[in-house]
Design a protein around this ligand. Sequence first.
Ligand SMILES: Nc1nc2c(ncn2[C@@H]2O[C@H](COP(=O)(O)OP(=O)(O)OP(=O)(O)O)[C@@H](O)[C@H]2O)c(=O)[nH]1
Ligand SMILES: [Zn+2]
Length: 310
Amino acid sequence: MRGLVIKNTGSWYLVKTDEGKCVECKIKGNFRLKGIRSTNPVAVGDYVQIILNPEGTALISEIEDRKNYIIRRASNLSKQSHILAANLDQSMLIVTVNYPETSTTFIDRFLASAEAYRVPVKIIFNKIDAYNEEELHYMNSLINLYTTIGYPCFKVSAKTGEGIELIQEELKGRVTLFSGHSGVGKSTLINAILPEQDVKTGEISAYHNKGMHTTTFSEMFPVPGDGYIIDTPGIKGFGTFDMEEEEIGHYFPEIFKFSADCRYGNCTHRHEPGCAVRKAVEEHYISESRYASYLNMLEDKEEGKYRAAY
Ligand SMILES: Nc1nc2c(ncn2[C@@H]2O[C@H](COP(=O)(O)OP(=O)(O)OP(=O)(O)O)[C@@H](O)[C@H]2O)c(=O)[nH]1
Ligand SMILES: [Zn+2]
């Protein structure tokens, strides 16, 4: 029998079968996954085959190939990873231009990691009820920027309910990871989206409070119209994805596009002669803020190398 893993409590997995029944499952034997050493072989979002027991529980016997997954290093010292969620259809990044401000560096790092994980992102600008004219102007210029690059943007107020219906439409039939740094109104927004659900902010927050240092258990919350929201505790972005220096530019779609015309194939777009990316920045085809975020990620990479070498 086939089903979707919607909750992981550590030892048990809750699987929703294709027929719509929820069954508590354990894992059968040992799973080995290609390429990753993981502390949890099965994650929320996995499609699995289960074998029912007479007691009404079941064993997970097989995991279907994942179209994508997000992981977190179990600890700095270990090479093992913890799979937070699998088979994401999209991620919604909640941002605010004030109270508190989300920096473009944060947004761009998130977007680049999402590209690396092959998860499409929609950017949700929250708290539009609270902005003055200047802030609204700034928000609209960001919306213009990110829409042009290919990231759909939405304006909402979790407080007044403005724009929420459109978000509900976007969630239908999809598995969506919710992200955003502390204070952007993620919990308020989830509550506004799920008004009659038995999922409450408190429940999600309780998960949050378990903090970064304990094992993380994820859960998918059903939304009307056959979709799910994943709110991973303690995850503000995707974390660091191991990217090679030359690779970082691949995850900035507009930089990648222009880089085809750079003189050198391994151009890092910093100071190489004949760099088409720098030229595009000078001519305002690529935004200064995006280029700055790109350089910022490159710098991190260099510092990482420095640490590794000493
Ligand atoms: N004016 C205004 N305030 C909002 C809106 N959405 C959330 N807030 C407020 O922003 C603050 C933070 O909201 P939360 O929902 O707790 O934010 P969060 O992103 O879940 O934060 P963490 O729990 O720290 O991750 C609260 O005081 C909310 O009342 C909004 O649309 N407009
Ligand atoms: Zn270049």
